[in-house]
Write a protein that binds this ligand. Structure first.
Ligand code: FES
Length: 161
């Protein structure tokens, strides 16, 4: 799950009307969560008690559903998602070093988002192009045969974060 060191403050008033439209509609949790995520890019944890009270659920139930759905996020995510493959083929061909280098360039750990919200760094299971290992995916673009030079070419200007 992506984390930002200091998540920005959100104005709950922006979604109060939206939440109240779902009053008492327990079934509406997922569509409501999706609408909130569309607005903020994630589901701010501070809205969870409001959602729970309005839908007549326990906050833990709301949190549980949000955590269960991999398309719902409780932390802000960057404009770009960089994923380093942690599958076996990539691992044995240096994927771990690639991950370390990407972390250094972005200045974040796995699961975190850069302060400027440009990148979220994640790892991913085998993406099926093992012949090109080690692989990196940025958004939907696959970068194969990764090496330190290629990492620098992709993220180089961000060095020193
Ligand atoms: S292990 Fe990385 S693509 Fe298969």
């Amino acid at each position: 799950m992506a984390k930002l060191k200091k998540p920005p403050k959100v104005n709950i008033k922006q979604v109060e009307k939206l939440i109240s439209d779902y009053k008492g509609r327990k079934w509406g949790l997922i569509p409501l969560a999706e609408e909130i995520q569309e607005k903020f890019g994630y589901i701010p944890p501070e809205v969870i008690p409001h959602i729970a009270a309005t839908l007549r659920l326990f906050p833990a139930q709301v949190q549980g559903v949000i955590t269960f759905y991999s398309q719902l996020y409780t932390h802000p995510r960057g404009k770009n998602i960089a994923r380093v493959c942690r599958g076996t083929a990539c691992h044995v061909r240096g994927g771990k070093s690639i991950l370390k280098l990407v972390k250094q360039h972005l200045g974040v750990d796995e699961g975190e988002t850069t302060e400027d919200m440009e990148y979220t760094l994640e790892t991913v299971a085998c993406i099926g192009v093992c012949a090109l290992a080690p692989n990196l995916v940025v958004n939907n673009k696959i970068y194969g045969n990764m090496n330190p030079k290629k990492v620098a070419a992709i993220f180089g200007s961000r060095g020193g974060h």
